[in-house]
Design a protein around this ligand. Sequence first.
Ligand SMILES: Cc1ncc(COP(=O)(O)O)c(C=O)c1O
Length: 388
Amino acid sequence: MSSSLFPLDDATCRSLAEVHGTPCFAYSGAAATAQFASLHAVLPPRVRLAYAVKANPHPDLLARFASLGASFDCASIGELERVEALGLPPGRTFFAGPGKRKAELRRALAMGVRVQAEGFEDLARLDALADREVVVNLRVHPAFEVDEGNRIIGGSGPSAFGVDEEAVPALLDRAAGLRHVRIRGLHVFAASNQRDAAKLLAIHGAVLALAKRLSETEGLAFEQIDLGGGLGIPYAPDETPLDLKALGQGLSELLAKHPWFQGELILEPGRFLAGPCGTYLTRVVRIKVSRGTRFAILEGGINHLIRPLLTGQAFPVKAVGKGEGSLPYTLAGPLCTSLDRLGEVRLPELSAGDLLAFGTTGAYGLNEGMTHFLSHPVPPEIWVDGGP
Ligand SMILES: Cc1ncc(COP(=O)(O)O)c(C=O)c1O
């Protein structure tokens, strides 16, 4: 079976498991290319695609998207270095994130990447580091209502990201004395995993209206408006995919509705571009029935796929070579915590050694394990016994 939820057919899953052992993650180059191309094809020429590296920083995936013309949204030195290794021409990398340290900003300046300033500190630190004009975008946390069911980004409540919209005038007053930093772009990312094109477009429309207000009331001249990520993908057979044609058409209409803006729009999808290409393969270690619940205990669990625990959203799973089935299983990992669950599913009868394939695991899969997320360095562990 190969479908949009499962990019690899059973024979390929089986040979990958035999050659590489399990558990493992496999990313399909063909699926990644097809996903990128399907979105790129519907976008108006003034919309740029910047892949959000945090979704999956695998070097081959980055190289594939780079070869297809992607720009890149990074959120740490680790991510910037992975993109730097691609040897791209300047102007294709952005640097966002609410906690940028001075050393990171210094490095970003040296690399010539465009910073999404998330507050006065980013602006002031860049200004102090720079010896010539530095053009940045300002990330704004909008005041408009966003219904983000899963609260990955946080909807319209309090947020660690960006400058609250109502605080922008005061921030600009403080920034007026800075010598080198110039704000020439707006960045807003308000909601994640949206499969409804109309909802996404409503947010994008509100962002353009916000940009217009800011340009009129604050005199900001925007050459870029970054609409963030948030394009959703199905994780279950009954979830409909995002209507790409409607999205492309809606973006064209928005540009036509805002003739004052002659710059470029940027989309930064992570999940949409990387999710569908991924498969996580793991074998069943044993079956246990406990007080009426049938557990399939697997080689890997939340140590490899933490997302179901964080968001309550399971990944689709199939029993390789066994077809459909209707026996209820609780999928448990090998960790000694009852939090280690990958979902409640219906599968054919399983036994030890059977191979399971979790589809759509190309984004926020292995790298969402929190020490890997955003490619930040792993902190050292220090044994203290009498001195520092
Ligand atoms: C600044 C920024 N851009 C883009 C993304 C990618 O979002 P998604 O994977 O929902 O498209 C994120 C995700 O957290 C983000 O923080």
